[in-house]
Design a protein around this ligand. Structure first.
Ligand code: 6PG
Length: 234
């Protein structure tokens, strides 16, 4: 499947437009079924988007927020996406949203993933908005190339939302190779999956994937029954 590009001159302009579009989708979901689900990725790119969302008055009390992916670390770890979310999105106006945590206190990620999946079953499904990022190695969510658990994630049953991953260590993963990820199916089933990327390198990786490469991101794109929305800025 192809990509549906919306290009901006700056990351700020992108963030403003994407925040508006996301809130529009969440409002439509609240109108239709009384609540909405927003699944978000970590990484550096969404920071200005999260800041905008957190400052925008909205019916946040009817929004459930959860992560697309997380490192298997403690919540206060400097690279925990949970911590990043608390610092950027789950504050101000958006503090009224319900946050469904991905992290658990202890255990092996391959043993506790089922428990996290159980917690995610409380989210309004199909997810209304799933915000994806893209790594230089072609990963999206925690779907890292060659990872232990990758094929299980791609072949997980339809009703499974969260799977464990152990990435091959690289410059991209850093030391935290154990992760949790949304399943490719849960991403593909979303009402609006959207990729937010910045820079020429990411644009080229996305284009390559859309032509049918075997990267995890490319495989996710191929699962969609429509073009994936891509919001891009230099
Ligand atoms: C994470 C992120 C990660 C991210 C991409 C892109 O847990 O680190 O969720 O998967 O989306 O690596 O990151 P940047 O936005 O920093 O380029």
């Amino acid at each position: 499947m192809a990509l549906d590009w919306t290009r901006f001159d700056t990351l700020d302009a992108l963030s403003e437009a994407l925040a508006e579009r996301i809130l529009g989708r969440l409002q439509a979901a609240i109108d239709a079924r009384g609540r909405a689900s927003l699944l978000v990725s970590g990484g550096s790119t969404p920071r200005p988007l999260f800041k905008r969302l957190s400052q925008t008055p909205f019916d946040w009390a009817h929004v459930q927020i959860a992560l697309v992916d997380e490192r298997w670390v403690t919540e206060d770890h400097p690279r925990a996406n949970t911590r990043f979310l608390h610092e950027t999105l789950l504050k101000g106006e958006a503090a009224a949203a319900e946050f469904i945590p991905m992290l658990r206190k202890a255990g092996d990620v391959f043993e506790v993933a089922g428990e996290v999946d159980g917690a995610y079953q409380a989210l309004a499904f199909p997810f209304d908005v799933v915000l994806l990022g893209l790594g230089p190695d072609g990963h999206t969510a925690s779907l890292f190339p060659g990872a232990r658990g990758l094929e299980d994630a791609f072949s997980a049953p339809m009703d499974r939302l969260v799977m464990p991953i152990e990435a091959v260590p690289s410059d991209v993963t850093g030391d935290e190779v154990q992760r949790l990820t949304l399943t490719p199916t849960a991403i593909a089933e979303a009402d609006w999956p959207v990729l937010m990327i910045s820079g020429a390198e990411k644009a080229a990786i996305a284009e390559q994937a859309a032509m049918g490469d075997s990267s995890p991101f490319g495989r996710v794109v191929q699962l969609l029954d429509r073009p994936l929305s891509v919001y891009w800025a230099p």
